[in-house]
Design a protein around this ligand. Structure first.
Ligand code: ZN
Ligand code: ZN
Length: 272
């Protein structure tokens, strides 16, 4: 039986509510077999947001303590910003991460959740700006494994309908998906959209379908949980969607290498 969550925050993230051990205990309660911590590596005025030594050491201790019960992996969610490329690379290369999830939370030093990010643009312009920034990132930065919540911007726009209509951004979305695939990287299917009442996961079905059509195979499923109770939340919906689109496997990462696990196996133990 496999039940794996590849996107989990703890109190090592500023917005995380529960410490690692509480998250692990919740995992044991609901039958999670593989858990990858991906706390935020964000840059602010004080530098990077994590004490990496402490973070890796804590995971190591818990791996040891729970080794007979659950597999725990060391991941990181990198909030990529192009002016920090060298620093980000140095940190990723310095520590023994199993998994690097790359995400765009900030573009041109403005946080996407800020209303300022949207001011002065139409929906199409600002969405295009967001996707273009991801295209630039995946073109210049290859030190990641999967790309997080590709249509994260839908969480924050204030439109009648925030959904990404694929054909409106086909050129840039195709280019970024092709670059990810050609680089041997993958994408994430992030179930948090359901918890945010967006009626869809990230990315939406059309993007997932296009990724498959273009030859994409590497997908990690993550809850993006910021509290213990949300790990593996709505995973059965993610697996339903992937199977509907004819995906056969999901991935997890060990020492930065993908491990393919059949969806059939992954969904055993998932509580609906
Ligand atoms: Zn994120
Ligand atoms: Zn996250």
């Amino acid at each position: 039986m496999n039940m794996l969550d590849n996107h989990v925050h703890t109190t090592f993230s500023r917005d995380g509510k529960d410490p690692m051990e509480k998250v692990i205990k919740r995992g044991l309660d609901i039958g999670v077999t593989h858990l990858t911590f991906t706390d935020h590596m964000e840059y602010n005025t004080d530098g990077f947001s994590i004490d990496f030594e402490k973070y890796c050491k804590s995971i190591e201790e818990l791996q040891w303590k729970y080794k007979n019960y659950i597999n725990i992996y060391t991941g990181i969610e990198v909030g990529y910003q192009k002016h920090l490329k060298d620093e980000i690379n140095n940190i990723i290369n310095k520590y023994a991460f199993d998994f690097v999830l790359c995400s765009t939370h900030t573009v041109d030093k403005i946080n996407v959740p800020d209303t300022m990010f949207f001011e002065g643009y139409s929906k199409e312009e600002v969405y295009r700006k967001y996707f273009t920034s991801i295209l630039e990132t995946v073109s210049e930065f290859k030190n990641f494994d999967t790309y997080g919540h590709l249509d994260y911007i839908v969480r924050y726009g204030n439109y009648e309908n925030n959904k990404v209509i694929y054909k409106d951004y086909r050129d840039v979305l195709d280019a970024l998906l092709k670059t990810i695939i050609e680089s041997g990287k993958g994408i994430e299917l992030n179930t948090s959209g359901i918890r945010y009442n967006l009626e869809a996961m990230h990315p939406n079905k059309n993007i997932l379908q296009r990724y498959k059509e273009l030859g994409g195979e590497i997908i990690t499923v993550g809850s993006d949980s910021h509290q213990a109770k949300d790990i593996c939340k709505d995973f059965y919906k993610a697996y339903d969607m992937l199977e509907f689109l004819d995906y056969k496997y999901v991935c997890m990462f060990k020492e930065r290498n993908p491990v393919y696990i059949s969806i059939e196996k992954s969904r055993e133990g998932i509580v609906a």
